[in-house]
Design a protein around this ligand. Structure first.
Ligand SMILES: NC(=O)C1=CN([C@@H]2O[C@H](COP(=O)(O)OP(=O)(O)OC[C@H]3O[C@@H](n4cnc5c(N)ncnc54)[C@H](O)[C@@H]3O)[C@@H](O)[C@H]2O)C=CC1
Ligand SMILES: O=C(CO)COP(=O)(O)O
Length: 333
């Protein structure tokens, strides 16, 4: 088993996974792009901005050198926001060695291309050993050793098994799956539904409303996923309904918290700045809306959230419109 990893992205998730692995004895190089922030974090042994209150073990080396971060590592962990993935890969693509495994943990869809992360990686580094690690896993809990289960998907069986072993601890259980499309879409699209769940909470609606959004939301996700070649069973798993549950119900969720602010009357920009961390569902709702249109898939909840965020649609009227859609059968895909 490899003893070292290069983590690209020192936000809450990159930091939490670095802590998990460091405690396991792995040597971690953690790339923080801002030099001043990197030295401040290194001295304080804490990520004060994104994960306050958790000590960084000594075998996490924080650096602003991306070259050093990727050198001689068997695994590179992509932990930057989705819309920054392309730019980050551009920086490293010429120095990646053929055997290096790229594990992505970002959850979103690129807004300009409608690409999933694996498609961006394949375009820039063809035939790389790619895996995606996804599931219900808030950084704040993983960093405190709270039991968590997650899934790794790769089209290469050996890569999936290797990553499973690499990350697995008694507090972090990793399953395998080969459905990269399904795992990526579940992780990306649940953020859009979580924004909706937050909006519902912000409007003062109840548990019934949220359950309806979550349930009808996963059906929309599965509908788009099937059209894109995913296995529909993946959406019943950790990266599908599992992650949807945690994101729609937890106060750790950045997407839910942003949604609450929007439901209370704040603009999308205000909500995002109050949360102060990446709210992936904002950009991904635009990607999802455009994907649904392009592939002719019915996604009423996604359309409603897109309308509120980007078209200035009234929130309460959007809920009424969803409730009054044409009558339909529950299990019709
Ligand atoms: N926070 C969490 O609990 C989890 C987050 N994720 C996913 O992980 C990804 C990263 O999220 P977080 O760590 O939560 O974000 P965050 O908001 O905590 O931190 C984002 C980090 O990315 C850096 N960054 C922003 N733009 C960049 C750029 N252009 N180039 C390089 N670095 C850049 C920021 O400086 C910051 O260090 C997202 O896709 C998120 O959905 C997945 C599972 C859990
Ligand atoms: O993906 C996540 C938990 O599994 C994190 O969700 P948020 O970005 O909404 O906090």
């Amino acid at each position: 088993m490899s003893e070292s990893i290069g983590v690209l992205g020192g936000g809450s998730w990159g930091t939490a996974l670095s802590i998990l692995l460091a405690k396991k004895g792995v040597e971690v190089d953690l790339w923080v792009r801002n030099e001043e922030k990197a030295s401040q974090m290194s001295e304080a042994r804490e990520n004060i901005q994104y994960l306050p209150g958790v000590i960084l073990p000594n075998n996490i080396n924080i650096t602003s050198s991306i070259d050093k971060t990727i050198k001689n590592k068997d695994i590179l962990l992509l932990a930057v926001p989705t819309q920054a993935v392309r730019n980050t890969i551009e920086k490293i693509k010429d120095d990646i060695k053929p055997g290096q495994i790229i594990v992505n943990v970002a959850k979103g869809i690129e807004v300009d291309t409608l690409y999933r992360i694996s498609e961006i990686v394949e375009e820039l580094i063809p035939n790389s050993k790619y895996a995606v690690l996804s599931g219900p896993s808030h950084a704040e809990e993983v960093a405190k050793d709270i039991p968590t289960a997650i899934v790794v998907a790769s089209k290469y069986e050996d890569v999936g098994l290797y990553v499973q072993e690499f990350f697995m601890t008694p507090k972090f259980r990793v399953y395998t799956n080969e459905d990269v499309i399904g795992v990526e879409l579940g992780g990306a699209l649940k953020n859009v539904i979580a924004l909706g769940a937050g909006i519902s909470d912000g409007l003062g609606y109840g548990d019934n409303t949220k359950a309806a959004l979550m349930n009808r939301g996963i059906i929309e996700i599965a509908r788009l996923g099937e059209k894109m070649g995913a296995n529909s069973m993946t959406f019943a798993g950790l990266s599908g309904i599992g992650d949807l549950i945690v994101t729609c119900t937890s106060m750790h969720s950045r997407n839910r918290r942003a949604g609450i602010k929007i439901g209370e009357g704040h603009s999308m920009e205000e909500a995002s700045s109050i949360v102060g961390m990446v709210v992936e569902g904002i950009k991904t709702s635009k990607s999802a809306y455009n994907l649904a249109k392009k592939l002719d898939v019915e996604m009423p909840i996604v359309n409603a959230i897109y309308g509120v965020l980007y078209k200035g649609k009234d929130v309460k009227n959007s809920v009424i419109n969803l409730m009054l859609r044409d009558k339909t059968h529950e299990v019709e895909m």
